[in-house]
Design a protein around this ligand. Structure first.
Ligand SMILES: NC(=O)c1ccc[n+]([C@@H]2O[C@H](COP(=O)([O-])OP(=O)(O)OC[C@H]3O[C@@H](n4cnc5c(N)ncnc54)[C@H](OP(=O)(O)O)[C@@H]3O)[C@@H](O)[C@H]2O)c1
Length: 326
């Protein structure tokens, strides 16, 4: 067991921070000895089918290159223990590199990747997963998902290969993403190992009532992607108003709304240290039933408007001519 030195990280609230002095160089890995926040037990965890998954993970879609590596390192420092990537995000190598840099036990990380659209045939599932493992610098991923349904390859074939990877210890658990209820039920029938999640878009503007009911009945997790509607919820007046009561931001109210629902996990994407820290800091307040209802306003037009607002906000933030505020 690695020796541990306890100290507190100022941005991790009152959560104890653990410094692991494992000698990663023994495993041929570059080890920078960067302190990281506490082990998995300290994080809020959701359990489905006996599997413990940190309730909030880091989404990494559109994070690439050095920015991805730095963001993952910062996230690990702050206490994130769940990272969501995909073969199609083209950032597995940078995530692997960040994991190697950090003083964090592989066992304490919950790492998810997803099969790319072309990698659904039996051989492609096996080959591409081996490639993902090499890029991620790990012997196994905690969760392998089918990223999107693909009607050209029989689901049975994809799942047979995924099940074999579980038997071989290269994948701990399997699941799906963007599956409707019929496909989800069929995938469960065809799989020898339990599916643990369906990762779908879910936020205050996007309804998932039927999928969530199904997940609760069958003890699966609904992993909410685009939880902040790509940034579209950030200026929502209802979320801001509720947030004022708890001294929380609209983003935090949204994430709290998600994780307060049984069987819901979420993987917000954030880049700045401030946003990353903020998104983990949602376990010290509780929304009332009335607030939970007020927040949920599913509507395709609101979702679209939120998406466009979020994109525009990002473009403005990135504009080099924007006046800088102090
Ligand atoms: N399975 C699938 O098909 C699928 C599809 C889409 C997404 N996903 C997963 O879900 C993850 C999240 O979804 P998403 O990337 O679409 O969007 P999202 O998490 O809904 O929103 C991300 C945006 O919100 C901003 N943000 C994050 N935290 C904030 C905070 N506390 N205050 C203010 N702004 C904040 C981010 O800005 P900064 O980056 O500047 O901090 C970014 O612009 C993805 O990264 C991916 O892992 C999966």
């Amino acid at each position: 067991m690695a020796a541990r030195e306890m100290f507190r990280h100022p941005e991790a609230g009152m959560k104890p921070v653990v410094f692991l002095d494992d000698d990663k160089s023994k495993q041929g890995q570059k080890f920078l000895g960067i302190p990281v926040a506490g082990p998995i037990e300290d994080m809020n965890v959701t359990t489905v089918r006996g599997v413990e998954i940190p309730t909030i993970g880091l989404g990494t879609w559109r994070l690439t290159g050095e920015q991805c590596r730095n963001t993952v390192r910062t996230a690990l420092e702050l206490g994130y223990r769940h990272i969501d990537t995909a073969q199609e995000y083209r950032n597995e190598r940078q995530i692997g590199s960040a994991l190697r840099d950090m003083a964090v036990d592989r066992e304490s990380i919950f790492l998810t990747t997803k099969l790319g659209h072309r990698n659904r045939g039996y051989d492609d599932v096996r080959r591409s997963t081996e490639e993902s493992l090499a890029k991620l610098s790990t012997d196994y991923v905690d969760l392998l998902l089918i990223h999107w349904p693909n009607i050209r390859t029989p689901l049975r074939e994809t799942l047979a290969a995924m099940n074999e990877l579980v038997d071989e210890g290269k994948v701990r658990h399997i699941g799906v993403s963007n599956f409707d209820l019929d496909r989800l039920a069929r995938a469960r029938e065809l799989s020898e190992h339990d599916l643990v999640t369906n990762q779908v878009q879910y936020n205050p503007y996007w309804s998932q009532t039927d999928v969530l009911d199904y997940c609760r009945i069958h003890d699966l997790a609904l992993t909410a992607y685009s939880p902040l509607a790509h940034g579209g919820v950030l200026n929502d007046p209802i979320l801001t108003d509720i947030g004022e009561r708890y001294e929380k931001t609209a983003a935090q109210v949204t994430l709290r709304w998600l994780v307060q629902q049984p069987n819901v996990l979420t993987v917000p994407k954030a880049t700045s240290r401030e946003h990353l820290a903020e998104n983990l800091d949602v376990f010290d307040f509780e929304l009332t039933d009335e607030e939970m209802d007020r927040i949920y306003r599913p509507s395709k037009s609101r979702a679209l408007a939120g998406f466009v607002t979020g994109r525009l906000q990002r473009l403005t933030d990135d504009c080099p001519f924007k006046p800088r505020t102090r």
